[in-house]
Design a protein around this ligand. Structure first.
Ligand SMILES: Cc1cc2nc3c(=O)[nH]c(=O)nc-3n(C[C@H](O)[C@H](O)[C@H](O)COP(=O)(O)OP(=O)(O)OC[C@H]3O[C@@H](n4cnc5c(N)ncnc54)[C@H](O)[C@@H]3O)c2cc1C
Length: 412
């Protein structure tokens, strides 16, 4: 391992991509394997000023447990809003009254909310600070090419540096260059929909309530942030979403208000709306020789259930556990059998979540009366069955199935 932290010609692991997935993997590995395990993150964005984006995400209870175990949560907590309950409605856009079909209490255990809303920028900053404190090496450059050899991969960065590593991890997002370089194909499709994201201020307190309104164009979610603010994720057909985002602010606000309703009093727009195209994309393989895919590089899903990065954290925790087990036994942590264990752990679960969110989106982005009748019957049924409701809440919290140690709040 190189002794010069600014020029790691050799590193135990090279993570390409310093988004939420890449940074949390770096922090998880350093926390569990200590200072002798040299972790490097390469991302051109590491050299740029912090993002101005006010995007926020729902971080499931399992993610919070991991952040607590890795010493990140204290820096996030002041800006994290617990989701205390949730209501689901199904109506037409202009309906004045929106009957509530489903309600959820938001706890998985006494005092433990199933999710928190927090700004992506706050979580990214907390992860970066923690990674720096733990001695992770940051390189502000992208991975341009790599070649897998028998015992290690040789990775070339865009700035010309060449780094040898037993394992390269692609955390480089939905359009992963590394996935393409490895020849890994994906399955999926575009939904022809985009998610309009913005932040609103409102007169009354949301009291920690999240709302999901199933409107004919797709789900319209109101997600509580700290203070009298909420984050909006509003699904529309892509052309319409782009036209809406180009509207003058007052006209956009009128359109928003029609969907938002008046329960929280007067509303104001706190940032500039932006539209993100939505699709489903799952990698056929999660590993290749000396390479593992993590986060959106492995799977992109519809945000209808707020599970995208939470699935990424499941990858992070599973990979960290596979690598920690191998490293402690003195095994080559980038070897094929270690990577095969990671793939077995994550691929089935990912496929199930991809199919579920795809089905939910098709079912709920549909204005047909018979379809509405059937889905409302289903929602009403779930609402009356406490066992089923609790199952859904535990699923959303990420604490069901074969949960990796970190997501249970334990070190791998
Ligand atoms: C509208 C919307 C709402 C969402 N809401 C939620 C939610 O509530 N809850 C949830 O769990 N998920 C949500 N998601 C999903 C979530 O935003 C993503 O899953 C998450 O941001 C993916 O993180 P990532 O780190 O895998 O990838 P990214 O955030 O895309 O990061 C990739 C990083 O890789 C870098 N990079 C790219 N190429 C290279 C290269 N060649 N070399 C080095 N670095 C490179 C980039 O600069 C970037 O920093 C939502 C998504 C959308 C679109």
């Amino acid at each position: 391992m190189s002794q010069d932290p600014t020029s790691p010609a050799r590193t135990a692991i090279l993570i390409a991509g310093g988004g939420l997935a890449g940074l949390s993997l770096a922090v998880a590995l350093k926390t569990s394997l200590g200072h002798t395990f040299h972790v490097t993150v390469a991302d051109p964005a590491l050299g740029a000023p912090p993002s101005e984006s006010s995007r926020a995400s729902a971080f499931a209870a399992a993610a919070r447990r991991m952040f607590e175990a890795t010493g990140v949560w204290d820096a996030i907590a002041p800006d994290a809003q617990p989701i205390l309950d949730m209501v689901v409605t199904d109506s037409r856009t202009l309906d004045v009254v929106r009957p509530v079909f489903l309600t959820f209490d938001g706890e998985v255990a006494p005092g433990e909310p199933f999710a928190h809303m927090a700004s992506n920028a706050v979580v990214t900053r907390a992860l970066k600070d923690r990674a720096r404190a733990l001695g992770v090496t940051f390189l502000a450059s992208s991975v341009a090419a790599f070649e897998a050899g028998a015992g290690e991969a040789s990775v070339t960065l865009a700035d010309g540096q060449v780094i040898a590593t037993p394992l390269l991890v692609a955390c480089d997002g939905g359009r992963s260059r590394l996935r393409d370089l490895a020849g890994i194909r994906t399955v999926g499709w575009d939904y022809g929909q985009s998610g309009i994201v913005c932040t609103v201020g409102h007169e009354h307190d949301h009291e920690g309530r999240a709302e999901e309104h199933f409107l004919p164009a797709g789900p319209f979610a109101i997600l509580p942030l700290t203070g009298r603010r909420s984050s909006i994720v509003w699904t529309e057909e892509t052309g319409r979403a782009e036209r809406l985002c180009r509207l003058p602010r007052e006209l956009f606000l009128d359109e928003l208000e029609t969907r938002f309703g008046h329960r929280l009093g007067e509303i104001s727009l706190l940032d500039t709306p932006a539209a993100y195209p939505l699709g489903l994309k799952v990698a056929r393989d999660f590993v290749a020789p000396r390479l593992a895919l993590v986060g959106d590089a492995a799977h992109v899903i519809h945000p209808i259930a707020g599970q995208g990065i939470n699935m990424g954290f499941r990858d992070v925790a599973a990979l960290a556990e596979c690598l920690a087990d191998a490293a402690r036994l003195g095994m080559d942590h980038g070897a094929a059998d270690v990577l095969a264990r990671y793939q077995r752990w994550r691929r089935f679960d990912t496929t199930v979540m991809g199919v579920t969110t795809d089905g939910l989106n098709r079912l709920f982005s549909n204005g047909s009366q018979p379809v509405r009748f059937v889905r409302d019957l289903g929602l009403g049924l779930v609402d009356r069955l406490p066992g089923l409701k609790s199952f859904f809440i535990r699923q959303a919290a990420g604490i069901t199935g074969d949960v990796p140690k970190l997501l249970r709040g334990e070190m791998p």
